[in-house]
Structure formats: C-alpha cells, structure tokens
Design a protein around this ligand. Sequence first.
Ligand SMILES: [Fe+2]
Length: 294
Amino acid sequence: MSKCFADGLPAGQLDRAPFKFRHALLDHPALAIEGLAKVLPELAPGQVRYSKGLADLRINFDHAHVEHRNGLGLAETIETIRGGNSYIAVSDPQTHPAFRDLYADLCREMTALLRQGGQSKTIHEPRIWLFIASPNAVTPFHFDRYSNVLMQIRGSKEVAVFPNFRPDIVPVDVCEAYMDRQPIDALWRDELDQHAVKFDFRPGDALHIPYTSGHYVKNGAEDVSISLSFFFQTDQTLRWTRAMQFNHRMRRWSKAVGLRQTPVGHSHWLDATKSHALPCAEAVSRMARRLRRA
Ligand SMILES: [Fe+2]
C-alpha cells in the first residue's frame, strides 16, 4: 500500500473548481515508457487506441483513433513516440497485474478525500486512463463524464480548464446528450479561450478537473508526455449524470407540451427528483420509440 496524493488537498473544492497539487507516482515502474512498452501489448486491443499526434483543438477527441490513424502498429508507435508524431490513450489498465495495486491505492485515497469533503460516502465507477503522446501533440477541447485527477509522469504540458455548468461554453442540450452516451460534435471556438484557467503542468504535478469541465492540453516540445487520469463518480456527480440523462430523454416530450426544462446543477432537490425519476423517463422513451415504429 503506497501513498498517491500530497496531504492537505482542498477536498471541499472537488467538482467546484480546478486545483493543482502534487502526486507521488513518479517512480512507479508501470508508468515508465519501458513498463508501458511491456504492458500495453498485453492488454485487450480495444483498451489501447492510438492515432497521429493531434494538432487542432477542433478535432473530435472520441473519434481521433479512427479518423486520424498514424499507419503504424502498436509496438512501432511506442518505439517511435518520442521522436515521432503519435498519441496513445489506454483505458482501464488496472485489468493488468502491473496496475492493480496502484488502482487500489488511488481508490482508497480518493474515497477518504470524498468523505472528508462531504461529496460522497463512497467512490463510484473508478477508472484509470493513460495518455502517452509525442512532443507538441494536442489533446483537443472536450469534457468528460467523470470527475478527474490528471497526474503528469514525464514531459511537460499546458492544461487549460474551463468552468463547468456554463451553457456559453458547453450548451446544456449538448452536455445532456453526451451524458446520455450520445455522440456530439466537436465544440471548440477560439473565443472560448478567454474563459480558460491555464496550468503549467510538469512531472509530479496533479490537477483536479471538475466533472464536465471542458479542457484541452498542449504538450511541451522537449519530451514525450506520459500522464495518468484517475476518473470517478461521487454520489453528487452520479445524481447530476442521471438528472442530465432524464432531461435528455424528456426534452422532445417537454418541447412538445411547451415545458421549459431546468438545467442540472441549480437545485439539489430537483436534480435528486430527476435522478430518481430516470426509470420513468426511460419507460417514456421506450414507449415513444414503439409508437414511432408502429
Ligand atoms: Fe479529458
């Protein structure tokens, strides 16, 4: 059992604002490029996506591995990543023994923080993602369905984080559709940049990116970047997620009867009610689909 995060984190700020702190995973053997070169080919093929090193904030991050292939195999991509132009994203490496203890340590520490901050009695849906990218690669603007702690292992980058629950940055209907697992278009517009808080991010740094906060990343020029994201849901973010799924499924019906939906994140009572009523919204959606087919 080892410690992952520095002491004294502002646990009460989770999912309200981004904050930077320090992590203690720099020397973890599985996170060195040599460890990754051994582990990645042993994961299921669907867990390792790779593409060209991206250069445009407007690219749809979810489709990059399909729409921007680098034309190489995985072994060659890893071998050439420092001097080449590639981007590798790895989901849930904790299925490999090399990551199991690290995953358990992250879950244990984050659970303690969530209890301390009052957001949650426990952690939900904890996941690890790894990002390995050539110098100067860009992670396009996007938002995630989770609360996130991003940890830098090697190389430097600039991370831009945007406030969450801001319809002028991520429109409400787009956010709700994405939280209901629907595909969405890329969202970047240059004028959004004025709303970013930008963090200089170096090895040993960790950054909390709040739930659904938009963000983009620009890698430094001097080295390959290796970073790890620890994603999770809390009691609060699960409630928000279900309430957004409720809004998304009821949108067409609400419009038809002239009702205006209240966006999520403004009323604890309303969000909780919608979260509990999600099965009803699912039933209404199923019935509407059947009626349309008939
Ligand atoms: Fe992200």
